[in-house]
Design a protein. Structure first.
Length: 129
């Protein structure tokens, strides 16, 4: 493998083929947002179990380990393996591209990342996916 990693067109094409195979053989679409809702249910049950049964949305998506949870774990492990394989693994609160454009504030980066995640998750759940 080259130092630059995989060609994004090859990687994207392979991801598309895996997605088609997933639907063809298992009848399952790639997805992750429901798993985050299930994780929120686990947190809610740990923090405020007396309120857990009152939220219909979280009752509908009761916490369970299914293929999506393993899919999320696989994404993490695959990304970690690729970063270690290519020697790109590093822990940094503020990546260089962010630093050049917006400065060194890790708090600002965290707030913007959190807001972006909330917007993306809201859109994904609104689309039921």
């Amino acid at each position: 493998m080259s130092r630059d990693g995989w060609n994004p067109y090859v990687a994207g094409s392979l991801t598309g083929l895996v997605s088609v195979g997933s639907v063809w053989f298992a009848g399952k679409y790639f997805g992750a947002s429901t798993t985050f809702v299930r994780a929120a249910t686990v947190v809610e049950q740990a923090v405020a179990p007396e309120h857990a049964s009152t939220l219909d949305y979280l009752v509908k998506h009761a916490a369970k380990m299914d293929w999506q949870a393993y899919f999320i774990v696989g994404i993490f492990l695959g990304a970690l393996a690729a970063a270690l394989l290519f020697g790109d693994f590093k822990v940094e609160a503020v990546p260089p591209m962010w630093r050049r454009r917006f400065g060194n504030s890790s708090v600002k980066r965290g707030v913007v990342a959190f807001i972006g995640g909330v917007i993306a998750m809201y859109g994904a759940r609104l689309a039921d996916g």
